[in-house]
Design a protein around this ligand. Sequence first.
Ligand SMILES: Nc1ncnc2c1ncn2[C@@H]1O[C@H](COP(=O)(O)OP(=O)(O)O)[C@@H](O)[C@H]1O
Ligand SMILES: [Mg+2]
Ligand SMILES: [Zn+2]
Length: 243
Amino acid sequence: MGWRKFNEKGVCTICGTCEGLVNVATPEQYVYVKACEAHKREVFRNCRADYALAHVDEIMRTAQVPANYCTKTVRDWRSSNALREKVITYTATWPYADDLVLYGPNNTGKTHLAAALIRTGIVRHYQLRHLLFASTWQVAARLGDFKERRAATDELLVPKLLVLDDISVPTNPLALEALYGVLDWRISNRADGYRTIVTMDQDPRDAEPSLGRRIVARLLRMRRMPLVTLTAEKRQSVAESVG
Ligand SMILES: Nc1ncnc2c1ncn2[C@@H]1O[C@H](COP(=O)(O)OP(=O)(O)O)[C@@H](O)[C@H]1O
Ligand SMILES: [Mg+2]
Ligand SMILES: [Zn+2]
């Protein structure tokens, strides 16, 4: 495909016309590619997809995915076929997918899948700089800190795709209030492309006493995906790890 080449000849890299050309900034921003009006979007998309594929690991790190989850993929996430089908259907709707709550016992691959979904988001050219993986306990510590609260809140409102891993109730009431504010704001602004993925170890319907009614009410507006439909092999290992 011609669009890969930086083209100095002054023709559209897709159709070869020399009329009405514009410079399309590639995601690196310091390389421009020529395109006609009709193809400028396509060139941009192609460049971006190319960039995402080449830089996916770096983008994962920038999104603050923990190092040991940076290599996780949907492909190496084991589950029943039915559940895999659900996940694939879900990712196929990027970037318009629903908000999502992943829940299941420990070691069912919630964090793995959440990280893999960020990877999918990158590869499917979700706004590359607008992804964030946040461990809820770390976030909560900052949300409860008087000096850091404002900055921490703002950081959670920027990403178009936010993972809140292991959501649980912050003991600090300031943090709880701020966490609720973040969830509420993000869910209310879905129409502008803000998507949130939450992981937790129980069905949100059972979580009210621990998470509080308002947070649970927000979670119940999100699509719920229980990760308990496991392969026999996995069920075995979960059973072992639980006791
Ligand atoms: N269903 C699964 N498929 C593949 N790997 C899994 C699965 N469940 C757990 N793992 C692996 O086990 C480890 C712990 O999983 P993790 O995602 O942290 O579980 P959780 O967040 O549900 O407690 C990770 O290394 C993960 O890759
Ligand atoms: Mg986890
Ligand atoms: Zn063209």
